[in-house]
Design a binder for this molecule. Structure first.
Ligand code: FEO
Length: 396
């Protein structure tokens, strides 16, 4: 059912309370999500984005009841990832001649996904589309987070339709940021940034600067997932500016997997050593085989230091540890220190192998890595505590 935002703008998307994995099995969505689509009614009617494929039928049915598909004059596709474009092909089968506004790169991604021919109109930053009393101003946002991404701004109502940026995977019937739990909202917004936008932080900072220079009044920010920011909408823009500037809190995160508890005991002794430092560091310890990868990545995002441990297994590390290290490499975190550790029985390659991966991922290594043979005894536990202390003292 549509939800009215202003006299001319309504939300016509889909709230998905059920979703627990997004991007295939890649991204955990503990609180569901929403696929936000918006309808602008002026002298002309514009539809901004659609919803994910499984909801295409109900979306089109609802839209038809709300406005009548034939009444749509323009379709705006800010981005072609299927969570935004899943109903696009069927919509265009029903209204084939309606012009579709998108970036040049979006022509490629729409065509690549849906293999059709439509009345596509490419736009660049600063191009406008008059809807009557209001106009849409297009703002390209390449690599935030796809090459095709753009945003658009509605004059008169002062609304920024920001696409994925400023979004969160948070299902809510309440629509607005001031009507949901603020802690949950910010946690989900940060998780979204940490896991999706971190590699593009420089571009985020540049786009925020460019946007600031346009000096556009903003009353609402309408992203494509989660809440509409209407209460102090610039708060999320300010958060993005903070997060894009190599964000860190006074935190250390220890990530490990373990076979017979030796590496777990090491992790906990290292944590003890860090806690005994006088820097009041927050220390968090996660088993990456049993913890949620995206939640742990969010903790890495918040940390100034990260320690990664695995027992030696087949002359290397456990697959769970290799997996999260690959994720950390891809996200290209900046300005973070790291070290490795692990227990072993006879050859003991894992700390060195982990350190190599951390180095390749752009972390600044502290020390050589610590290995302990068999189960840690009292002496080894002390060594782990000292290692933790040494790591903490190396942090700024
Ligand atoms: Fe919401 Fe890039 O998809």
């Amino acid at each position: 059912m549509a939800k009215q935002i202003t006299d001319s703008v309504s939300w016509v998307g889909k709230v998905d309370w059920q979703l627990r994995k997004f991007h295939g099995e890649e991204f955990s969505t503990h609180r569901g999500t929403s696929f936000n689509s918006y309808l602008v009614r002026d002298e002309k009617v514009a539809l901004i984005e659609t919803v994910w494929t499984p909801f295409a039928g109900e979306f089109l049915e609802g839209l038809d009841k709300e406005v009548g598909l034939d009444a749509i004059d323009y379709v705006i596709m800010n981005h072609a990832e299927p969570d935004h474009s899943g109903a696009f092909a069927e919509l265009m089968r029903r209204i084939p001649d309606v012009p579709v506004y998108c970036t040049k790169n979006c022509v490629k991604s729409l065509t690549g996904h849906y293999h059709g021919q439509w009345n596509l109109k490419t736009v660049k930053t600063g191009d406008t589309l008059s809807l009557g009393k209001r106009e849409l101003v297009f703002i390209e946002a390449p690599m935030l987070h796809w090459p095709d991404t753009m945003m658009c701004y509605l004059t008169g109502d002062n609304i920024l339709f920001s696409n994925d940026a400023f979004g969160q995977h948070l299902a809510t019937e309440s629509l607005y940021n001031d009507l949901v739990d603020e802690c949950e909202l910010l946690a989900e917004a940060m998780k979204y940034y940490a896991n999706i936008l971190t590699p593009f932080s420089k571009l985020v900072a540049g786009k925020l600067k460019q946007f600031g220079e346009l000096n556009l009044p903003i009353d609402f920010i309408c992203p494509s997932h989660g809440v509409v920011w209407r209460s102090d909408p610039m708060q999320i823009v300010n958060k993005y500016a903070e997060w894009a500037a190599d964000y860190q809190e006074n935190q250390v995160t220890i990530i490990y997997d373990t076979m017979w508890e030796g590496t777990r005991q090491m992790a906990e002794a290292i944590a003890d050593g860090i806690r005994n430092d006088d820097k009041d560091l927050v220390v968090k310890v996660y088993n990456c085989a049993t913890g949620d990868m995206n939640d742990i990545i969010t903790e890495v995002f918040k940390s100034k230091g990260v320690l990664v441990g695995s027992p030696t297994f087949n002359r290397g590390m456990l697959a769970s540890v290799a997996g999260i290290l690959e994720e950390m490499r891809g996200l290209a975190f900046k300005n973070k220190k790291a070290a490795s550790f692990g227990s072993y029985g006879w050859s003991g390659e894992s700390p060195k192998a982990i350190a190599k991966r951390l180095d390749e991922a752009g972390f600044e290594l502290v020390g050589e890595g610590l290995k302990v043979m068999w189960q840690p005894d009292d002496e080894s536990v002390e060594k782990c505590k000292e290692f933790g202390k040494m790591f903490a003292s190396a942090l700024d």
